[in-house]
Design a protein around this ligand. Structure first.
Ligand SMILES: [Zn+2]
Length: 415
């Protein structure tokens, strides 16, 4: 099997200075810079790519790309069963593979599929994974988590940082059914978390600077990633439901908003703790509250649900809604970008040699073939469930008259 990379490089920090004297010396300088650029942007051997960065949505991939110091472009040939799209890049000394699924594949369990596919092509080189994207915040008395903050899944008590559970069973039985939890993140990532937390006691961290630089890069990035007006960050009482047909919260009642402390600085903050990962989207304040009481989680997401227990990764989520009926996508761009900026800084606390000491995926996930089969089965099941649900919704949407018409049509075909 052979691999090669399509060269489509961009170095994010290579300003071309023009005040260099004569035209001749300017040309020579430009040639030298071009040669240096070609050298610096030539992708190294694939075995050097030790960090897998996994996203589910296109906007999360866009945010991840903004964080690369060097973008080596796409990987154009890979394992024939691997359907991921890859971008290769570098942050500091770390070589990164950004992976996502092609648009429209298996919505709810996409990140799991991405991880499994990544193991097909990179099981011999990748040693640590970063699951980066957006999630629904679970603000509580102990953790006020406004939109645009970051939650990082970290060990707490006996939990490795991610609790997986089946919400379908939870709703039917009135109780949550925990289906498992991921192992703790790899030691090199947890060491980096400690160093980053220690730095925060005495110095300002850099990730907000990365966010601001990416927003300002051009008019498109401003449009996609700018921080929305904080007045649009509205946390309502758990039992106050969004009007069914309203597309915005403009008419949702201010007196139903929870009182919160206003932050002096707009800088996003990082919270460390448990992330709950389920198989169904939550759009219900009371369910969010119950989930918090059961798990103590700071954030809810769907992407990591079903991920192989041994997959050596850390989960990072930018908060874009509160998992209630008022949920919308207004904060998705900014939350994606903030989430992507955190691991860029985190990686600066990890020497490359320390990552090399972690085991490669092939050795960590020793029963990889067996696991891949199991995950594929559960993906198939999730997909069929989703399709059944969709068909049921379509059926209830049809009026009696339409159903009769539909039935008449059905009997006149081979369906
Ligand atoms: Zn609303």
């Amino acid at each position: 099997m052979s691999f090669y990379v399509t060269l489509h490089c961009r170095v994010n920090d290579t300003p071309l200075k023009s005040s260099l004297g004569s035209e001749h010396s300017i040309l020579r300088r430009q040639e030298k810079l071009q040669a240096e650029f070609a050298m610096s942007s030539r992708p190294p051997a694939l075995r050097k790519f030790q960090v897998g960065w996994i996203c589910a949505l296109a906007i999360e991939v866009a945010a991840a790309k903004e964080m690369l110091d060097v973008n080596f472009g796409i990987l154009s040939k890979q394992d024939s069963l691997d359907t991921n799209a890859y971008i290769l890049g570098r942050i500091g000394e770390h070589h990164i593979v950004i992976a996502s699924l092609p648009e429209g594949q298996y919505g709810t369990t996409s990140a799991t599929t991405v991880a499994v596919n990544m193991m097909r092509t990179f099981s011999g080189s990748i040693r640590i994974g970063l699951m980066v994207g957006t999630g629904g915040g679970i603000p509580s008395v102990s953790h006020d988590i406004p939109l645009g903050d970051v939650v990082v899944g970290c060990p707490d008590g006996t939990c490795g940082g991610i609790i997986q559970y089946d919400l379908g069973k939870a709703v039917a039985g009135g109780k949550y059914h925990q289906t498992g939890s991921l192992n703790s993140p790899p030691r090199s990532l947890l060491n980096a978390v400690i160093h980053m937390k220690a730095t925060e006691y005495t110095d300002y961290l850099s990730y907000n600077g990365y966010v601001q630089k990416a927003i300002k890069r051009n008019s498109k990035t401003r449009q996609t990633f700018s921080r929305p007006d904080p007045r649009n960050d509205r946390l309502f009482e758990v039992d106050y439901e969004h009007p069914p047909n309203a597309t915005t919260c403009d008419n949702c009642l201010p007196e139903e908003e929870k009182a919160r402390n206003t932050r002096r600085e707009a800088t996003p903050q990082v919270h460390y703790g448990i992330i709950a990962s389920g198989n169904t989207v939550i759009k219900h304040g009371a369910t969010r509250g119950a989930l918090y009481r059961e798990t103590g989680a700071l954030c809810f997401e769907m992407e990591t649900a079903g991920l192989i227990m041994d997959f050596p990764c850390i989960v990072i989520r930018g908060i874009c809604d509160y998992a209630d009926s008022h949920k919308n996508k207004n904060w998705q761009g900014y939350a994606s970008l903030v989430a992507a900026a955190y691991p860029k800084e985190l990686l600066s606390y990890i020497p490359v040699g320390q990552v090399s000491q972690e085991k490669v995926l092939r050795d960590v996930c020793s029963e990889i073939v067996h696991e891949i089969k199991d995950v594929n089965k559960s993906l198939e099941k999730a997909y069929l469930q989703h399709e059944r649900h969709h068909n049921e919704q379509r059926r209830t949407a049809l009026t009696k008259e339409q159903q009769e018409c539909h039935q008449a049509f059905k009997t006149s075909t081979y369906e």
